[in-house]
Write a protein that binds this ligand. Structure first.
Ligand code: ADP
Length: 185
């Protein structure tokens, strides 16, 4: 089974939830650029200070910055036998940078398909529960635009490596669809 996996899908698609489940089932690290950036913001590091306002507005932080974070993370021992990337690459420039630094960086792409209305509902619900600074109406709209403009070209970029999975339904149902798709790949 392929172990260098990219989980792709719109903001609010449930990537974080599914990524945690997939990574523990496959015994690979879950590498989330969003989570790493939020940790940097919470810790008040120089990196976090640079990223904070960009993230709150729903824009992407610079490719240079994220590529550096991911390069560093992928060079750690636990990533040698595979990984599950969540939130990176997020545009073609990042995908090219990843290919330049890691041979066969991505073996399989799992694309979670979720209706736009549903992701908006999920993010507004999460806003009440978790208080993420980018879960407000304006930032959500911008994140969806950035996803369709910058991230969806990755489906063409990775082409035959892409497995489309229906991301609607319960967490368990979606997880089992993903595992079935991966097992067949
Ligand atoms: P979501 O997919 O719900 O928008 P993430 O947690 O993946 O949430 O990302 C949150 C924010 O972190 C993004 O809107 C962006 O500002 C920043 N970010 C995360 N990953 C990247 C990346 N690969 N490139 C640029 N910015 C990123």
């Amino acid at each position: 089974m392929a172990r260098r996996i990219l989980l792709l899908g719109p903001p609010g698609a449930g990537k974080g939830t599914q990524a945690t489940l997939i990574a523990s089932a496959l015994h690979v690290p879950h590498i989330s650029t969003g989570a790493m950036l939020r940790a940097a913001v919470a810790a008040g590091t120089r990196l976090g200070k640079q990223a904070e306002s960009v993230m709150a507005s729903g824009e992407l932080v610079s490719d240079e910055l994220v590529v550096a974070i991911v390069d560093e993370r992928l060079s750690q021992d636990d990533a040698r036998c595979g990984y599950l990337l969540d939130g990176f690459p997020r545009n073609v420039a990042q995908a090219e940078a990843l290919n330049d630094s890691v041979v066969d960086a991505i073996g399989t792409v799992v694309l979670l398909n979720v209706d736009t209305e549903e992701v908006i509902v999920r993010m507004m619900r999460r806003a009440e529960e978790e208080g993420r600074s980018d879960d407000n109406e304006e930032a959500i709209r911008r994140r969806l635009e950035v996803y369709s403009g910058e991230t969806t070209p990755l489906v063409t970029f990775y082409d035959s490596a892409v497995l489309e999975v229906d991301g609607m339904g319960s967490v368990e149902a979606i997880f089992s669809r993903i595992m079935i798709a991966l097992a067949k790949s």
